[in-house]
Design a binder for this molecule. Sequence first.
Ligand code: NAG
Length: 194
Amino acid sequence: MKTLGRTEKTLALAILLFFFAATLVQCKKEEESLVNWRENLGLGKEKVSRLHFFFHDTLSGKNPTAVTIAQAAMTKTSPTRFGAVNMADDPLTEGPELTSKLVGRAQGFYASAGQQEVCLLMAMSYLLTEGKYKGSSLSILGRNHALDPVRELPVIGGSGLFRLARGYAVAKTHRLNKTSGDAIIEYHVTVIHY
Ligand SMILES: *[C@@H]1O[C@H](CO)[C@@H](O)[C@H](O)[C@H]1NC(C)=O
């Protein structure tokens, strides 16, 4: 094989250096754009909003809003229904009664993830259908130790006015029928968005 001559070596080195420098410039540019990312994305000032509503999870009757879509062989004998996955399209209302004003829907699933205790993994989007946030949704993903009177769920994102949202929901059991599993949960959501 022919070895490279001196000029060729210098040329190769120059080309390498050029690409190295070009990469550095590119990184610098991306860093700069991150400084003004809020403006660049057309987002306003960061603000905190608080939402309050009641969540109705109905498993019993002719028109359930939550249904079991999967379970394991052992789910039937498990005291915590370990392995069951429910899909829900639950109404969100202004007041505790189902007949009060509808303000949104919680759509998604929750799964029984605890073997020793009733513990759900929630993965749901909360779409608001009334008021200022109509058409915007929040994504809630996290652990729900459902039999505790009060628990906290993480808000990990959102859409519309809740784009890039983060926050938490405090969920408090308003009413629970332990036979049917029907529940009315009061939510206080604190959300940081733009
Ligand atoms: C609880 O659910 C069971 C089964 O659906 C029903 O028979 C009972 O009336 C309910 N209890 C209350 C207080 O609503």
